[in-house]
Write a protein that binds this ligand. Structure first.
Ligand code: PEP
Ligand code: MG
Length: 889
């Protein structure tokens, strides 16, 4: 096993081994670009060190050999007193973890070699400044000295000299500072700052390894879902200096605009400075284009390199570079991060340039980015007063009156006010308020805080962890930086996509992408912007590639029509219980509570025409496309009056000696039917089996509606779906009744209906006996909401608000299993049941209609296990189409 690679030995595909930075430095080296020579210690070495607490024995010799080769190439030795080679030691993991791990620059400087550097550079100040930076960085990151002690000493030196800027300290000042810094190291770390350059390097390498397990790095990985066992590589690179005078400098560049995707010269340059100065923002940078006036030769060379890199990586690259006395050096490149809008534009631009094909273009965008583009947003042209910036926890643009407790949120929203719930942090008691609010703003907590997790689950805009805000819930106000006080009732606006918080009402505009999907904006039309054009083309790529069909979960004609505009190829789940809410609820209540057959039949008779009309409208909206109608599956508690409320009513009537026979009867029935865990009670097929006539009424309504549509020359494609089946026997009974009713309607109307009958697979037993169930089902639709609930034993109404935050924080799962399918558990059942079902019935149609049907990662899984379609809410259809296309390419 080889633990060290020279930059000339690696390439960009070795990110696992060399980390992103190392792999790209190697790639640039091999492209013949000016990269300062160096070598990379592999992630494998790091893993051995982290596992065993010791570096692999072979590492020391390998490092020595590579260092020797480097010294030969550079014509000087590490820390050589008269002409020192200096190196940087930087972390570089497979995935970029900006600022999370350690870097030490200027290694090789010592009391002796600082003199040599001064002579070689012809600049005393520069040499002592470099040395002071080394002791500071090394002291902090390698020896664990509190960084503030160095900062304080630096401040004191500036004060003593009455200057404001570091650059105004001269060589003598910095020399004194070095002495001071060394003293700090000695007292705090209990050892001298090492004078041996090799010892400096070895300790720095170890410190970089250790920084992989630093608290910040661990937290970042958990949030970004980066595995903890990858380890980091370490890059040892010969130093070049951007702070050697006006003909030196450092900068960053993008091969195109990461915000818009447009080609051009984008970036910043800082004369006479080192990279950290840019990051620290001590001095103002100039736009990269200015470099042309400062150093034309380097500028031209840089532009040429940028073109080379873009053509080579076939993507937007970002670059860090340094100019040392007129000589350009490339310090880093990588495929650059970009906004969602830029991702779509760049992907189509690269296709047009012939650099990538359609399949590759699909890999350059994500469903999450598309979803982001579909949220309404604040008008970019609006004048705004930004007061804080927190974590963008759940996207969207929300405007409302600030309220500081859930009670007020609910009260005000009931009277028609739009409110933003502002809390220091939220807890399960805030749930009502969160539901009532347009958006949620907290001053504490990260991406997995309660507020963030719950808001994302509800699709609500949320900004969390806006630490600059002082939230005072007792006095119902918050103070923003600068001292302005926002009182309860003051309007604020929050942007969940950027984390920004504004005072007052910022106007919201609909997303142009939604306007496009809605058909209100046409790609190719004059007023369509580039983004819509790009989305249009990418969607076409996806539709050409994908194998999965995409259907909608929709219960009424309006949703169905929208879903169709968004590209739905049918309805995968029409939840008929939603048709019984509102006015019709009483009818259902009466049906469920009926004591006599006559009473029951009366309710059914009244429901039938209403149901039939629902279906006629739905089939018309989805004419020519399949519509899966699920028979009633109400958790009973959603239909019956609340037991406490009813008890109070009865007690009151009793005490007033008022007549209350009906209430009493209702109360008795509610008591009888009251369930401790209604999600596992009298639901779905169970209800159909104990309430005679209910399911047959629904099947009749479906059949008659279909017949009516046929008579009107329509093309209805209804499918009847039985919910919550656990055993084939249940299905057989319902099926027989349904077949009879359908036959009756067919002969009465003289039409052949061809209604498919199938079932949901949403209980573990159904999944485990899928082979048997398929004998009585023409299709399966996986109900992954209930399947997740029952496989994990997680009550779906309760857990997300109670202990999921803790689970996410502890990393038990990176994302709620109700959001992304749990592949190993729930997913395994889906995979096995699909296989068993098809073994029984090869033409069994397979779909999924749980929430997972619109979740990007889950869509890939359903593609992989061979389902025929996914079904999701209308707004997620474009995302599902895109991800289905990505999964297939
Ligand atoms: C499911 O359980 O996944 C499902 C789609 O049904 P519901 O959410 O209505 O229970
Ligand atoms: Mg279900």
């Amino acid at each position: 096993l080889k633990f060290v690679y020279d930059f000339t030995e690696g390439n960009k595909d070795l990110k696992d081994l060399l980390g992103g930075k190392g792999a790209n430095l190697a790639e640039m080296t091999n492209l013949g670009l000016p990269v300062p020579p160096g070598f990379t210690i592999t992630t494998e070495a790091c893993k051995v060190y982290l596992d065993s607490g010791e570096e692999p024995p072979a590492l020391r010799d390998e490092v020595s050999a590579h260092l020797e080769a480097l010294e030969k190439k550079m014509g000087k030795k590490l820390g050589q007193p008269d002409n020192p080679l200096l190196v940087s030691v930087r972390s570089g993991a497979k995935f970029s973890m900006p600022g999370m791990m350690d870097t030490v620059l200027n290694i090789g400087l010592s009391d002796k070699s600082v003199q040599g550097l001064a002579k070689q550079a012809g600049d005393d100040r520069f040499a002592w400044d470099s040395y002071r930076r080394l002791i500071q960085m090394f002291g902090k990151t390698v020896l664990g000295v509190d960084g503030e002690l160095f900062e304080d000493a630096l401040e004191a030196a500036k004060e003593a000299k009455k200057v404001a800027d570091d650059t105004q300290l001269d060589a003598a000042d910095l020399k004194k500072l070095v002495t001071k810094f060394k003293k700090i190291v000695k007292t705090e770390a209990g050892r001298d700052f090492p004078q041996d350059p090799r010892e400096q390097m070895d300790l720095a390498i170890k410190a970089v390894f250790d920084s992989w397990n630093g608290d910040r790095a661990k937290l970042y990985r958990r949030q970004e879902r980066i595995p903890h066992d990858l380890g980091t590589a370490v890059n040892v690179c010969s130093m070049v200096f951007g702070n050697l005078g006006p003909d030196s400098g450092t900068g960053v560049a993008f091969t195109r605009d990461p915000a818009s995707g447009h080609q051009g010269v984008y970036g910043d340059y800082l004369q006479n400075a080192q990279g950290e100065d840019v990051v620290a923002g001590i001095r103002n940078t100039v736009p990269l284009a200015e470099l042309e006036n400062i150093d034309k030769k380097s500028y031209d060379q840089l532009l040429q390199i940028m073109e080379t890199l873009e053509n080579h990586y076939k993507d937007l690259c970002d670059i860090e570079f340094t100019i040392e006395r007129g000589k350009l050096w490339m310090l880093q490149t990588r495929v650059g991060k970009r906004t969602a809008a830029a991702a779509f534009r760049i992907a189509t631009q690269l296709v047009d340039q012939g650099l990538i094909d359609e399949a590759e273009a699909l890999q350059r965008v994500t469903g999450a980015q598309l979803a982001q583009l579909m949220f309404p947003r604040f008008d970019e042209k609006a004048k705004v007063q930004q007061v804080a910036r927190g974590i963008a926890a759940s996207p969207g643009a929300a405007v409302g009156k600030a309220v500081f407790d859930s009670y007020t949120a609910v009260k005000w929203s009931r009277s028609g006010e739009k409110v933003i719930l502002v809390r220091r942090e939220t807890n399960p008691d805030d749930l009502d308020g969160m539901i009532a609010a347009e958006g949620i703003l907290t001053s504490r907590g990260g991406k997995t805080s309660h507020a963030a997790v719950v808001a994302r689950g509800m699709g609500k805009t949320c900004v969390c962890g806006a630490e600059e805000l002082e939230v005072d819930t007792k006095r119902r106000r918050m103070t923003v930086p600068g001292g302005h006080v926002v009182e309860e009732g003051d309007v604020i606006s929050i942007d969940g996509s950027s984390g920004k918080v504004y005072l007052g009402e910022v106007p919201v505009v609909p997303s142009p992408v939604v306007e496009y999907f809605e058909g209100r904006m046409h790609a190719g039309a004059d007023d369509a912007d580039e983004l819509v054009e790009a989305v249009h083309r990418i969607m076409a790529f996806a539709d050409r590639k994908r194998r999965l069909r995409v259907r909608a979960n929709a219960d009424n004609a309006e949703d169905a029509l929208r879903a169709r505009r968004f590209g739905a190829q049918g309805i995968g789940l029409c939840r008929t219980e939603h048709m019984f809410l509102g006015d019709r609820r009483e009818l259902v209540e009466r049906l469920i509570l009926a004591d006599t057959e006559a009473e029951r039949e009366e309710s059914l008779k009244q429901l039938l025409p209403l149901q039939k009309q629902d279906f006629v409208e739905l089939f018309e909206a989805m004419d020519g496309l399949p519509v899966t109608v699920r028979l009633l599956d109400p958790p009973l508690h959603e239909f019956l009056p609340d037991i406490t409320e009813l008890s109070v009513r009865v007690a009151l009537a009793e005490s007033r000696q008022e007549p209350h026979e009906n209430e009493l009867r209702l109360l008795q029935a509610v008591h009888r039917l009251h369930e401790q865990n209604p999600m596992l009670g009298l639901r779905g097929v169970r209800l159909g089996l104990v309430i005679p006539g209910l399911f047959t009424m629904q099947v009749r309504a479906i059949a008659e509606a279909a017949a009516e549509r046929k008579a009107a020359k329509g093309d209805p494609r209804a499918e009847v779906m039985i919910p919550l089946v656990g055993t084939v026997q249940e299905l057989e009974i319902v099926r027989e009744e349904a077949d009879n009713v359908i036959a009756e309607v067919e002969s009465a109307t003289g039409t052949e209906l061809k209604l498919a009958i199938g079932t949901m697979i949403e209980l573990p037993r159904a999944a485990l006996t899928a082979g048997q169930i398929a004998e009585a089902a023409e299709f399966f639709s996986f109900g992954t909401n209930d399947l997740t609930q029952t496989v994990w034993g997680f009550s779906r109404d309760d857990v997300e608000a109670s202990f999921f935050t803790a689970y996410l924080e502890k990393g038990i799962f990176g994302v709620s299993p109700f959001e992304t399918i749990d592949k190993d558990g729930v997913g395994k059942l889906v995979r096995d049941a699909a296989k068993a079902g098809r073994a029984t019935r090869p033409d069994l149609k397979l779909g999924v209609c749980g929430e997972h049907g619109g979740d990007p990662e889950s869509v890939h899984f359903f593609h992989e296990v061979g389902l025929d379609y996914v079904s999701c809410s209308p707004f997620r259809i474009p995302v599902a189409r895109l991800e289905a296309g990505r999964a297939a390419s």
